[in-house]
Design a protein around this ligand. Structure first.
Ligand code: SF4
Ligand code: SF4
Length: 448
């Protein structure tokens, strides 16, 4: 069975909510919409305090090509435009909407009727990209890169295949798994739309073999969609990384940054994004809700929610039975790549795939010991880097050293830290070093 070639680790899966069907989360009393829910320029508000909005009304428009509009997921009145500390830990501008009723824009098709490409033969590649852009769809696996940009290969590059990430290799998270079980046709139509947008005839959906039910169902369903192949993959973290997935499925090697998968002919999207593309193009529905896993060993009822964007995380925790008494840490995302939340009122945003409540025992980090030069971190690194060197160089602020040793290739997967017997806080240091070096590179390029 296929997998990527170098590095990788096998953390305990802990997929506690895998059997839990997707449940609609309750409407919040107030929804909060960060203007920074995507990579690129923040969205620009187009509403003002006191404006009435419906579900699907645009709140803020894209501000440039690499940007995405933000839509209201609730109906009610704009209470204020202010700032919040979001899941990234930064203070960001945001629009607050007080919820009244649940009135949707008439343009959105809310029926469950499946619409396929056969029903819409007139759709062109340009139509699909334009609708995806207008609906504010971004990468739903956590990367939040505006989707229309990836669907518009840059001059000189040609898409040859679409690679869809159904891997969900982060421990605990089950949102994509449930989506594949509950919305397989919608995902497959979304994949067919991506294929049409980038004009290729082949797509692969990679699913790790710890989800045999999803592999079986998607394989059965895919038979009706020409050119779409389901590829079972060995379980190995971080197989959901773009480069790892492209290599596992196609055998092609994406070169070091700034190279991206399109340079080897691959357009990579996540299954959640394929579903959002289906809704945007076939249902005229902007990205205003998403599936998010709320889980943890002490959580009474780990749940996969379909939550409106802007819903406070604290509300989802209450719906799972409340914050456990032995909570040590709450992580936005999964345990490997997620970040600890500063407060529980941060709202669900487009990139929120999960919320992990770690108990005291799990949250406790082992005592940091000196590096014993065992090289386990080197063997685990899927990017072929020397993590001990990058972590130490970053801690010592030796930016020249870490840049020379390719810190910008780090995908922040945390495999090095996971494997380190000395409990070195490698990911924290490497993340800090990588963001500093990237800022230096941007500044250098700006001067050219
Ligand atoms: S976090 Fe970076 S350095 Fe560490 S294993 Fe992952 S890619 Fe390698
Ligand atoms: S795994 Fe930890 S102890 Fe081993 S070489 Fe890497 S940093 Fe040092």
């Amino acid at each position: 069975m296929k997998t990527f070639r170098i590095g990788g680790v096998h953390p305990a899966e802990n997929k506690l909510s895998a059997a839990c069907p997707i449940k609609k989360a309750a409407l919040p009393k107030q929804a909060v919409f960060s203007l920074y829910q995507h990579i690129g320029a923040p969205a620009k508000p187009v509403v003002a305090k006191g404006d009435e909005v419906k579900v699907g009304t645009m709140l803020a428009d894209a501000d440039g090509f690499v940007s995405a509009p933000v839509f209201s997921s609730v109906s009610g009145k704009v209470a204020k435009i202010d700032a919040i500390v979001d899941a990234s830990g930064y203070r960001r501008p945001a629009i607050f909407v007080d919820v009244e009723g649940d009135v949707w824009e008439d343009s959105i098709d809310r029926s469950e009727t499946l619409v396929t490409l056969k029903d819409r033969p007139e759709l062109t590649a340009q139509d699909i990209v334009a609708k995806v852009k207008a609906a504010g769809v971004v990468g739903m696996g956590g990367a939040t890169f505006p989707c229309h940009v990836k669907l518009s290969p840059p001059p000189g590059s040609k898409a040859e295949c679409v690679v869809i990430n159904g891997v969900e290799c982060e421990p605990y998270l089950t949102a994509d798994h449930r989506l594949m079980l509950e919305k397989p046709d919608e995902i497959l139509v979304g994949v067919a739309l991506i294929m049409k947008a980038v004009q290729v005839s082949k797509a692969y959906i990679g699913i790790e073999n710890n989800k045999p039910d999803a592999i079986k169902l998607m394989t059965e369903k895919a038979a009706a969609y020409p050119g779409i192949e389901i590829v079972p993959l060995q379980v190995k973290y971080p197989q959901g990384g773009e480069k790892q997935l492209v290599q596992a499925i196609t055998g092609r090697e994406v070169p070091a940054p700034p190279a991206i998968p399109i340079q080897v002919g691959a357009v990579v999207q996540n299954v959640g994004t394929a579903y959002a593309i289906y809704e945007a193009v076939m249902k005229n529905k902007p990205l205003l809700e998403r599936v998010i896993t709320v889980t943890g060993k002490s959580v009474k009822q780990p749940t996969n929610f379909l939550a409106r964007i802007g819903t406070p995380m604290s509300q989802l925790i209450e719906e799972c039975g409340g914050l456990p008494e032995d909570t040590g840490k709450v992580i936005g995302g999964g345990p490997m790549m997620g970040k600890a939340l500063m407060n529980l009122d941060v709202p669900v945003c487009k990139g929120s795939s999960g919320l992990l409540i770690m108990n005291n025992k799990e949250a406790r980090r082992g005592e940091i010991q000196p590096c014993i030069r065992c090289a386990k971190c080197v063997s685990a690194c899927p990017m072929g880097l020397e993590p001990y060197l990058l972590a130490t160089g970053s801690a010592l602020k030796n930016w020249e050293l870490v840049e020379e040793n390719d810190i910008t290739s780090c995908i922040e997967c945390g495999s090095c830290q996971f494997t380190c017997p000395s409990n070195r806080p490698m990911l924290d240091n490497i993340r800090m070093g990588k963001s500093t070096v990237m800022a230096m590179i941007r500044a250098r390029n700006a001067k050219k």
